[in-house]
Every structure is written in C-alpha cells, then in structure tokens.
Design a protein around this ligand. Structure first.
Ligand code: ADP
Ligand code: MG
Length: 699
C-alpha cells in the first residue's frame, strides 16, 4: 500500500487541480463565467484544454509574401487605428499595419473596444486568413499578440486553442502560461507524478509536469511529440487500469451463480431448434456455458453482425439459468424489440415448460402488479422487457442471468441497475453494432468478448445500390414489383437528429405521398417515434403478418426488427445517416430465403458523401464497415451513437493512437497485478476522470 507521505502529496496536487479558475490573476466572476462556457471551471480543466493545433512562428512571413486565402502569421507595426461605419450601420474597426515590404489592414465588425487596445507604433504578431483584393491585403478578426510578449514568452511554437468569441486566443494563452508557471513552481515541493516509476521508465515517458508544460508551450516539435505521447499514454493507461481492475475484481469474487452442466431441458431445446446452429453460434454458446458453470460471474459481450442469430444464443443461456432453478431477465431498448424477443423466446422455450412474461411501460397497473408478484415469487422464469425492468418495484426471487440486447442503447448505469437485482448474476451483453477492435478495448475492456461473424447458411448478401433522387420513380416501381411477387418493403424517411417531431412530420408527409401514388393499390403502414405504443405495436404486427406491404418508417425500425419476408429497404435522404446506422437499417432485409435489396436515395453532390454511400454498396461485413465509419466520422461521433457513459478522452485519439493504446493496455495489466500500484492509480483515476468515469467504473 502507499505510504502516508505519498498520499498527502498526491492529494495536494489534486487540490491545485481542482482549484477554481478564479485563483488565477485576471479571472474574476465575469471571466469565470465566460470560461465556464468552454467547460473550464478549475485549473485542472484549464490545463486539459489542450491546443487544437500549433503554429510555428519561426516561419514568419513578410507582408509582400502573404498569399490569398491562406492562414498566415506575420510581424508588423501599427500605423493607424480608425473606426468607420458601413452603409448598413455596422461599426468597423480598421487598423493599418506595415512592415518593410507593404501595408495590410486588420478589420473587426462591431467590436469597438478593439480600437482602444492598439496604438500607433506597437509591434504585433498577427495571424489570420489573408484576403488579397486588388492591391490591398485584409485580415478579418486576426489573432494578435504583442511582439514584445511574443519574444519573451511563448517561444516559436505557439498553441492554438479551441476559443470562443468571449474567450479569445490571447487570453487562453495568457491563462495557460500562468497555470503552467504555477504547476512548475510546485515541481520542487510536490510529488507531481501520477504514474508508477517503473512504468515511466519502462515505456520511456516524459514526466508529467514537463509534459503538461510542453503540450502547451513546446520548445520544439520533438518535445511536443514526447509530451503528447506521455499524456495520451496516461489517459489510456488509467482507462485500461480501471477496466482491468474491474475484470480482476470480478475474477476473484467467487460469489457468482454456479450453473450445473447441461441437463435434460437444454438438450431437449437444442434438439428442437428449427435450424442447425452456425459454428460461430456453437462456439459462442460454448463460451457462455463455460462462464455460467464457473463461480466467477459471467461478464460477456456477444458481438454479432445484424442477422447473425444472437437471439437463439440468448435463449439457450436463459434456458440454462432456468434449468438451474434461477430466473432470467432480458432487456431490450424498445417496446417493438422487447415484444419481438418475447415472441421468439416463447416460441423456442414455452413448449418445454418455461414460463415467460413481458414487462413494458404500457401494461395496465393491474397486469403489471400481477406480473411483478409472479416475478417475486418465482412463478415466472424469464421476463423480457424494456427499461420497465429496472424500476425499483421489480423484484426477483433469484435472478441468475441478465441479458441486455443492443447494449449501446443503454447507459452502463442502467445495465448495472438490472444486475443489482440479483446477487452477482451472470451478465450477457449483446450488440449488433460491431465495434472495431481498438474501440472494444477502450469501451469494453472489462468484458470477455464472443464474436458471431458468420451468417446463417443460405443468406445472400443484400444487393445495395446508391441512387440519385432522379431515379426515385424507377426505384419505387421496382419496389412495387417486389410487392407483386409477394414480398414486403421498408421505406425509411430522412433522419432528423435534432427533432423526433420534425422527423415524424416528414414521415407522415412521405406516407401520404407514397400511399396515394406508387403504393396506392397496396396496404401501407406508418411507424414513427411519436406514435402511441399501442399504435406502433398494431402496425408492427400487421407488417409482420404480411398485411401491410409497404412500411413507411423512421429510425425506430433500426434495431433488431425481424420480418423475413421483407426484401426491399429504401432509405430516403441516405446521406444523413452514418455508415453503421445504414448497415443496421439494411440488416432489416435479407433475413429470409429471398434475394433482398437496399437502395440508398440521396441527392447529395458532396464527394465525400457519395464515397461513403459507395462503401456500403461494396461492403456487407459490419465489422469492416464499423472500422471505416470510425475512420470517416472520428471517434467522437461514433462513440455518440454507440455508448453513453464513456469517459471523455481529452487528448487520446483511439484511431491514431492505437500503438500507444496497446502499450498502455499492457502496462495496465502489469499494474493491476501489483496491488501497491493499484491504489495510486485508482485515486488518480477517480480524481482526474471525475463523475463520468466513476459512472462507468463504480458499479
Ligand atoms: P440478430 O443477431 O440480428 O439478432 P436474429 O437472432 O434476429 O439475429 O436472427 C435472424 C434470423 O436468423 C432469425 O429469423 C433467426 O430465426 C434466423 N437464424 C438464427 N440462427 C440461424 C441458423 N443457425 N440457421 C438459420 N437461421 C437462423
Ligand atoms: Mg437481435
């Protein structure tokens, strides 16, 4: 364990880290409020406001050399400060500057205070986008530093921060200069290192203070690279330690449910399955059974591409817990899905005497109370449900297994709440969004992973086409022909991320249009997020039993829905969706014996967009697509759609920093096996990653 001495020092640094930003000179209530808009409340947060990029000012230009449209930096002297009014009443501050090669004009609109800041004769370092017009050079809203300060202070490589109107670049630089100076003063007196000495040595890392100072004010590019590597390593290492720690803790808590080897019920069910399992399914089920038969609580993630057959895997796991006298729970993100799982499970398991119930938000009070009573006294073996499952009044007699489907829709916290309803139940998490390996290591590092990659035999890949909206008519008459041949069709309306209401309105409009034109001879259905759940259910049921031929819908259809007779998926405004999402949508077809089609309609002329849609027409493997999606959209957006409750990575980029990630992971595993380190790391973890982090790890 840590000595008392080190503990004290670590805490002292933490104090500085969490000291309010007002502690700095020049930050009063007004500035603090402005900084808070950048998410900066403390000195620690300021220090973690890392530069977005750097400017190498050893490469200062002369005015005569400035090129139009380019972001450039030059040194010049103020020759005139003036303000004029445009004909539309805008106030324009105009400052003329010159060097030995020419004259340039700096302009600001409606920012009169600027004119008091600069006086004739001042020497400035000016950065901004150059506009050359005829013989004049103009720079609008440039970034300015006094040459005197520039020379003394910041060195040649200058940080460029994410800034706002209210908190300009120069102010951020000044504040960071101050903060970096303060932490450097404490260098001699404090233990400022957060990582174990062995790790620093072994991985050749820069020390923490130097790294923090250098990430903001690097002496040269090489130092900057070293500083960044150190900080990225730290961030990923702490994350990996948390994940490895959880896994370790789980491994040594021998208090889980120990299931017996397969008995009569399992073998009866396996014999009566309507199909032969694929090799990947068999392997996954084997891994699950081994986990369940062990005393260590199972913590397993099943990643399976859409249509790979995850439900039957869940069914067998649930049956196993029932066979052992326990109860199972399965949580799905939407009512449509819960309903569907309930029916699938009932079909597979009820004939063998397993008692199932469904618990969703729409049950009447009485029905709900009755089910709750039966769950509590153990009459019900398996309960399927939505978030309704995690309400406080849901009590199990002896919960042995928790399955969550489409995990990315749930916060980790919700999963934990369901798990808490049993005594260390086994946990199975299923996701249909394949996650690239690097990301899986970051998000799911605490889980064991099974992968179902293989699709059931006989599945033909969905033929996918990207089409301009000028081909819309053709596309719809193709769909009509499919209906004539007995098949069914999905039409997905454009995504409106900001507003479910607007999305619903657009769905209604498209429904009205299509049901009176192309599909006027066929039964159409409408499904969107703003409908009452009863209405949604009846539409879904009518589509599932083939009554409705064309279903006009929004992304509520995205996950899990299984109607094998549907063979056409038309996506309007396909450019608005991410690759992973389009792949999910496409996965709604190609679930039966018939050749299926996915048509991506878009009138976008943006080259990137066209390229993105083209990838989908060429690639049908969800894992490959996920990698590409991550590359195209970057981790931020990708995470956003995948997982909530993931700690923000402040500096690491899990795509570009894969090498460091793997190193950090190795180091973390080493640390977790060295208990005297773990305490330090754990403290650091909680303090530096804050609330979000404890949400993920303190369960
Ligand atoms: P997902 O992994 O997307 O949840 P499902 O579990 O809904 O996939 O299965 C998709 C379809 O494939 C279902 O109709 C299911 O009955 C069928 N299926 C699953 N496994 C097999 C198999 N081994 N052979 C044939 N069909 C299968
Ligand atoms: Mg599914």
């Amino acid at each position: 364990m840590m000595s008392a001495k080190t503990k004290h020092k670590v805490i002292a640094i933490q104090n500085l880290w969490s000291t309010k930003i007002q502690f700095l000179k020049g930050v009063g209530p007004a500035n603090a409020a402005k900084l808070s808009k950048l998410g900066i409340f403390t000195i620690g947060q300021l220090l973690e406001h890392y530069p977005r990029r750097y400017e190498d000012r050893s490469k200062l230009k002369l005015i005569a050399e400035l090129s139009d449209g380019v972001y450039e930096t030059f040194r010049a002297v103020v020759v005139n400060v003036g303000e004029l009014k445009s004909h539309r009443g805008l106030k324009i501050v105009k400052i003329a500057v010159r060097d030995q090669t020419g004259l340039a004009h700096l302009t600001w609109f409606n920012q009169s205070y600027i004119k008091n800041k600069y006086k004739q004769g001042m020497e400035l370092i000016i950065s901004g986008k150059i506009q050359r017009r005829f013989n004049t050079i103009e720079v609008n809203k440039p970034d300015i530093e006094l040459a005197a300060e520039f020379n003394s202070g910041s060195g040649r490589i200058v940080p460029v921060y994410p800034a706002t109107e209210d908190v300009p670049q120069w102010q951020l630089r000044a504040l960071l200069r101050q903060a970096v100076d303060i932490i450097q003063i404490s260098a001699g007196t404090e233990r400022t290192e957060s990582l174990p000495a062995d790790i620093i040595f072994q991985y050749g890392l820069m020390d923490r203070l130097k790294a923090l100072a250098s990430i903001h004010f690097p002496a040269d590019m090489e130092t900057l690279a070293q500083a960044r590597r150190r900080l990225v390593f730290e961030e990923l290492y702490l994350l990996q330690c948390g994940l490895a720690y959880l896994k370790q803790r789980n491994k040594y808590s021998c208090t889980g449910v120990k299931h017996a080897p397969d008995g009569a019920l399992i073998s009866k069910i396996e014999k009566s399955l309507p199909f032969t399992l694929t090799n990947d399914q068999i392997q996954t089920i084997r891994e699950i059974k081994a986990d369940m038969e062990d005393t260590t609580p199972m913590q397993r993630l099943v990643q399976g591409d859409v249509g790979s057959g995850k439900t039957v895997v869940a069914a067998l796991a649930l049956a196993k817990t029932v066979e052992n006298g326990y109860q199972g729970a399965m949580m799905a993100p939407t009512e449509i899905l819960a309903e569907q799982h309930y029916h699938t499970l009932a079909r597979l398991l009820a004939p063998h005497g397993v008692r199932l119930a469904i618990l969703t938000g729409k049950l009447t009070r009485r029905a709900r109370d009755e089910i709750l009573a039966h769950i509590k006294d153990g009459i019900i073996d398996i309960v399927v449900g939505t978030h309704a499952l995690i309400q406080d009044d849901v009590e199990f007699k002896h919960l042995g297994l928790v399955v969550t489907d489409e995990q990315h829709r749930f916060g980790v916290r919700q999963r934990a709440r369901l798990e808490a309803k049993g005594q260390q139940p086994d946990v199975l998490v299923m996701t249909a969004t394949p996650i690239p390996r690097t990301m899986a290591l970051t998000v799911y590092g605490d889980l064991d992973v099974s992968v179902i990659r293989e699709l059931p035999p006989g599945r033909q890949p969905v033929a996918t086409y990207a089409r301009g909206t000028d081909r819309r008519e053709k596309v719809y008459s193709f769909a009509v022909n499919q209906i004539k041949a007995g098949r069914q069709v999905y039409i997905v309306c454009p995504l409106v991320e900001e507003s479910e209401k607007i999305e619903a309105q657009s769905a209604v409009k498209i429904y009205e249009e299509l049901s009176t034109s192309f599909f006027k001879n066929y039964q159409c259905g409408l499904l969107h997020g703003k409908m009452k759940s009863q209405d949604k259910d009846s539409v879904m049921a009518a589509f599932a039993n083939g009554e409705i031929k064309a279903l006009i819908t929004t992304t509520v259809i995205e996950v899990g829905v299984n109607v094998p007779n549907a063979t056409v998926m038309i996506i309007e405004g396909a450019d608005r969706f991410g690759l992973a999402q389009l792949h999910q949508l496409r996965g709604r077809v190609g679930r039966g014996e018939h050749q299926s089609y996915c048509i991506l309609l878009s009138d976008s002329t943006n080259e990137e967009t066209i390229e993105r849609l083209k990838i989908l027409t060429q690639v049908s493997d969800g894992f490959v697509l996920a990698e590409k999606d991550l590359l195209l959209r970057g981790p931020g957006q990708f995470f956003g759609t995948i997982q909530h409750g993931m700690p923000d990575l402040k500096i690491a980029d899990i795509i570009k920093d894969t090498d460091i990630l793997l190193e950090a992971r190795r180091a973390a595993q080493q640390t977790v096996c060295t208990p005297e380190y773990l305490d330090t790391v754990w403290q650091t973890l909680l303090n530096w990653f804050g609330e979000k982090f404890s949400m993920v790890f303190c369960r």
